[in-house]
Design a protein around this ligand. Sequence first.
Ligand SMILES: Nc1ncnc2c1ncn2[C@@H]1O[C@H](COP(=O)(O)OP(=O)(O)OP(=O)(O)O)[C@@H](O)[C@H]1O
Ligand SMILES: [Mg+2]
Length: 268
Amino acid sequence: MSTDKIFDVENVTLRFGGVVSLNDVSLFQTRGEILAVIGPNGAGKTSLFNSLTGVYQPQDGTITFTGRDANPISIIGKKPHRVSTAGVARTFQASRMFSALTAFENVKIGAESHRGIGVMGAMLKGPATRRGEKQSDARTIELLEFVGMREKANVVSASLSYGDRRRLEIARGLATDPQVLLLDEPAAGTNPSEKVQLTDLIRKVRDVMGVSILLIEHDMKLVMALAERLYVLNFGSVIAQGTPEEVRANPAVVEAYLGSSAEQTKGA
Ligand SMILES: Nc1ncnc2c1ncn2[C@@H]1O[C@H](COP(=O)(O)OP(=O)(O)OP(=O)(O)O)[C@@H](O)[C@H]1O
Ligand SMILES: [Mg+2]
């Protein structure tokens, strides 16, 4: 029996001094799956993303990523840029747009960093660089079109709405041509109609581009609409997993959310 796992996390423990951010976490993602990780504030969700992208180095366990070439690599110990090159892209919980740059420029940065053009290349602008730049420009326009931001290409990011910025971050993540896209609270700060747009966009990224989606989100309506399967973290441990229906009916999950349920469903 072989399941095509894009991520395989086994017994991962991450500590910061006395704080255990991830406690013996095991989970997997199937290639092409829309998978969600939910849990109360401080549960360890972002720590998990940081561990999957080489930002944090867990003390115990293994994280295996299998890209398009079906060649499994071990993530722990790899630098973030190596993990990115291997095919793992992410967006951040707090927006990291360059607010003085336009939508176009912000996405192009993602495309160029992936092409490895670099500062020297950009300064010298030899023929190969100019060719590469043209490709980056074309790809950038394509991605802006894909996320529905083509007509706002020249708008400075600072003056975009939250929803637009969130879609732009997705475009920038896609510019690295990833196998999997990790989204850390992609709907944070958005209004209900922007949430609907984001839900449709995230599904389209998987359906049209074939990119697997790993999603952290507090908005239960969005999670339940998108996720095919989910894991629930609480105090660094996986306390439940399954389909949205299974997780919703799990008493341990209801218990974990009890204190914060009003907050979690607000605006859903
Ligand atoms: N760099 C760090 N140094 C020390 N402690 C950290 C660090 N990163 C995370 N932690 C701790 O790990 C725990 C989990 O934090 P994490 O940010 O992963 O939670 P989260 O589930 O993403 O929460 P939220 O929903 O609020 O974003 C917290 O106790 C946090 O303080
Ligand atoms: Mg977080």
